[in-house]
Design a protein around this ligand. Structure first.
Ligand SMILES: Cc1cc2nc3c(=O)[nH]c(=O)nc-3n(C[C@H](O)[C@H](O)[C@H](O)COP(=O)(O)OP(=O)(O)OC[C@H]3O[C@@H](n4cnc5c(N)ncnc54)[C@H](O)[C@@H]3O)c2cc1C
Length: 503
């Protein structure tokens, strides 16, 4: 049911829509706030008992299915391990008008632990009264279009109250629009290795890794050299008999990794590629060598998964490419009533999710318009073609950075693809200013530091003058906003709005 409303700064009647947001993680909360700010009637359905998504650390694991190989969705959403600290600096995170600034008595580090992000998201909910929009313990099981003529078709959202222990009934509700924000760090992505099904040891995906203790005195193979693979290998090494970290090729063995491998050469070994797994527990590597191992931990990433979504084939997931999605947000044939927030990876979160959400909210109200369907389809096809021509694998479709790591280690290359993508997006689709230069510089210098000092980059860094100046202003600005928010004269929302993006 669409209701006309009039916006203060626009005499055109805008449409107020009844919108369902699926998920109350960073992306869902950003969406809820922007949709309400635009005047929509918002309901957020969240399957767990709290907001925060991945940042709400869950000690439970998918213990019965540690590979997550059974049908989607996995039973436990969380994939964070207990020791996880951010790899992105807190100054590069945060909403435009609600910064992720250190708070007294909390984890004030630049790269804090996961709990600090969870607390920040809770603060965000409190500051903007978002909890009243969120229905917790409500799992969405089906989203499909109701029958009817195309432009006015409603979305039927079926959900179940998971708080009830005695098998609650499913409830079906109608919405004008649905924003999908269910995250994509839960459904394990597994390699296909000969012998996986007969290997006698324990096989676990990083999704089900929490602490190193269960691997004490074991021989452990960690497959995958991404951030989680390196973190987990270094952590497990402390208690295991030996750890074998498997890279796909020598290209993955960066300078920082080589340093760590040589420092811990007694217990941490590099292997290239797992060739096959044998029933007797042997793991055979690409060079023909083999070891007898107790456990394999696959740190091989995650799959996008929307098990509840029935679009009659309009949106599919093919090798981790969700599409077609115009600008990673709108499926052309179902736009604007269906949208996705939080799909791109390697963006500044939640700042970029906020930009996406603002765009969705304003398109739904009619303040902004989308190009015609054919034009959106053409744009998606061009994007696919450009990626293919650049040699980017399909499963990296939503990775908006294509870092040249050699360039990164030698220069402070401020304009990599991700910054270009984010700047273009915000300038085209919402009224955000570009991210300030010092923040990009901080992003790059943190990565360069990580390349040099994998073990210490989170605690030992040297800021350039421009970063130092930017950070100082950012701190001051955040303090002013906090003080204003605590003051009596204005409402919280107004006060927090005083905090403009820092130049
Ligand atoms: C190990 C790890 C380390 C990371 N480190 C960093 C980092 O250093 N910096 C960084 O910026 N990012 C990092 N990330 C990525 C981070 O998770 C994202 O930036 C961000 O949290 C994604 O938010 P989201 O809202 O899209 O998804 P999520 O946080 O996953 O939230 C999705 C929400 O949807 C809910 N949901 C799912 N399905 C349903 C359903 N059917 N019905 C109802 N609700 C549903 C879930 O319960 C969840 O609350 C990391 C991720 C992982 C796994």
């Amino acid at each position: 049911m669409k209701i006309d409303m009039v916006c203060d700064d626009d005499i055109k009647p805008l449409q107020r829509q009844k919108v369902c947001v699926i998920g109350a993680g960073m992306a869902g909360l950003a969406s809820a706030r922007e949709l309400r700010r635009e005047g929509h009637d918002v309901t957020v359905l969240e399957q767990s008992g709290d907001v925060g998504g991945q940042w709400r650390y869950d000690p439970m694991t998918d213990g019965a299915d540690p590979l997550g190989a059974a049908a989607a969705p996995v039973k436990v959403h969380g994939s964070m391990y207990a020791s996880l600290r951010l790899i992105s600096a807190r100054e590069t995170m945060g909403f435009t008008d609600f910064q992720f600034a250190p708070k007294d008595g909390r984890d004030v580090r630049r790269f804090p632990g996961h709990r600090e992000v969870y607390l920040y998201l809770k603060d965000f909910c409190d500051a903007f009264g978002l909890m009243e929009l969120v229905r917790l313990n409500t799992g969405v099981v089906r989203v499909a279009l109701a029958p009817g003529p195309i432009p006015t078709r409603q979305w039927m959202v079926r959900s179940v109250d998971l708080g009830k222990s005695d098998g609650a009934e499913e409830v079906e509700e109608e919405f004008d629009a649905v924003v999908v924000a269910n995250g994509h760090y839960s459904q394990p992505r597994l390699p296909s290795i000969v012998g996986m099904e007969v290997w006698r040891g324990r096989q676990v995906h990083s999704h089900s890794y929490r602490v190193p203790e269960p691997f004490r005195d074991e021989v452990v193979v960690v497959v995958g050299c991404g951030a989680s693979g390196k973190d987990i290998a270094m952590e497990v090494r402390r208690v295991a008999k030996e750890v074998h970290l498997v890279a796909k090729s020598m290209e993955e063995v960066t300078q920082e990794l080589a340093k760590v491998l040589s420092k811990y050469s007694a217990s941490l070994h590099l292997q290239l590629h797992v060739e096959r797994l044998c029933e007797d527990g042997r793991v055979v590597f690409g060079d023909g060598s083999s070891i007898l191992a107790d456990t394999i931990i696959y740190c091989t990433g995650f799959n996008y998964s929307f098990p509840f979504l029935d679009t009659e084939g309009a949106v599919t997931v093919d090798d981790n490419c969700v599409g077609p999605l115009f600008e990673h947000v709108f499926p052309p044939s179902l736009a604007p009533s269906l949208s996705f927030v939080g799909i791109p990876v390697k963006v500044f979160a939640p700042w970029f999710f906020e930009a996406q959400a603002k765009w969705v909210a304003q398109v739904l109200s009619g303040k902004r318009t989308l190009p015609p369907e054919e034009e959106m389809v053409r744009s998606v096809e061009e994007y696919y073609r450009a990626r293919e021509a650049a040699g980017a694998p399909k499963n990296y479709t939503h990775d908006v950075s294509l870092f040249d790591t050699t360039a990164l280690t030698t220069t402070h290359n401020l304009h990599d693809n991700r910054t270009i993508f984010m700047d273009e997006f915000v300038s085209k689709y919402c009224d955000f200013r570009s991210v300030e230069k010092w923040r990009y510089e901080l992003l790059v210098s943190s990565l360069v530091n990580m390349f040099d000092n994998l073990e210490t980059f989170r605690d030992e860094y040297q800021d350039s003058d421009s970063i130092r100046k930017g950070v100082e202003e950012w701190h001051l600005s955040a303090q002013r906003a906090q003080a204003a928010a605590a003051g009596p004269a204005t409402t919280k929302e107004q006060s927090l709005g005083l905090l403009e993006q820092v130049e």
